[in-house]
Design a binder for this molecule. Structure first.
Ligand SMILES: O=P(O)(O)OC[C@H]1O[C@H](OP(=O)(O)OP(=O)(O)O)[C@H](O)[C@@H]1O
Ligand SMILES: O=c1cc[nH]c(=O)[nH]1
Ligand SMILES: [Mg+2]
Length: 211
């Protein structure tokens, strides 16, 4: 199966991402921008949702009108902590979505993803899933999240991030070639600490002011 990566090049996304990258951007502004970008990314990532036609009545006439075809609402799965920042914006656009959480932190030395929480809707096997995390660096967190989700067998999985490193894309698609990646940018490389260069720093810390 061919690995798919879609770069979302919308000018508003690119502009807001540049503001987020800037070292002088405050915690509050960073969070606000991530929220706004979440809305825009959700719009792009849902472009191919299937539609069905239902008969409705306008005040003037009956018509067949398009509606989302899925029987069950989609599930947005946030990889905590930083996924929460994207999730908020996405839920503004898709308020009826269900939500799952996977708590993962990256060991600072080995970069292995360590799970501390997992909660998803009980009927996720009947739903399409969008996994969100702003950063795809080594790819270990995204791979671990999708490994875990495949155990509960959702109908489909997409992965949405803000920034991806080439190394992370390669690793993710080696493990999960069936899962398309959506990102606003593909940066240059990972440094020796596993940070995306030029990147935007540590997304969780910048969102919450923890460093
Ligand atoms: O691709 P990887 O190398 O796994 O790195 C990416 C992960 O690192 C960050 O989370 P972090 O572990 O810093 O946890 P936090 O969101 O709680 O800060 C980020 O939000 C991703 O989940
Ligand atoms: O550059 C990076 C890499 C991992 N996690 C982040 O938040 N930033
Ligand atoms: Mg972090």
């Amino acid at each position: 199966m061919k690995a798919e990566v879609t770069v979302i090049e919308h000018p508003l996304v690119q502009h807001k991402l540049t503001l987020m990258r800037q070292a002088e951007t405050s915690t509050g502004k960073f969070r606000q921008l991530l929220h706004e970008i979440g809305i825009l990314l959700a719009y792009e990532v849902t472009r191919d949702l299937p539609l069905k036609y239902e008969e409705i009545k306008t005040p003037l006439a009956p018509m067949f009108a398009p509606m989302l075809a899925a029987d069950k609402k989609m599930v947005i799965v946030s990889i905590m902590r930083a996924g929460q920042g994207l999730l908020d914006g996405i839920l503004e656009l898709i308020p009826s979505a269900r939500v799952g959480h996977i708590g993962l932190y990256r060991d600072p030395i080995t970069h292995v993803a360590v799970e501390y929480y997992f909660k998803v809707p009980y009927d996720i096997d009947q739903r399409d899933v969008l996994v969100v995390d702003p950063m795809l660096a080594t790819g270990n967190s995204a791979v671990a999240a999708v490994d875990r989700l495949k155990e509960v067998n959702p109908k489909s999985i997409k992965f949405l991030c803000l920034l991806a490193a080439p190394e992370g894309i390669t690793h993710f698609h080696a493990q999960h070639p069936d899962v398309p990646i959506y990102t606003a940018a593909i940066d240059e490389y990972l440094d020796e600490n596993g940070y995306i260069i030029p990147g935007l720093g540590d997304a969780g810390d910048r969102m919450y002011g923890t460093k």
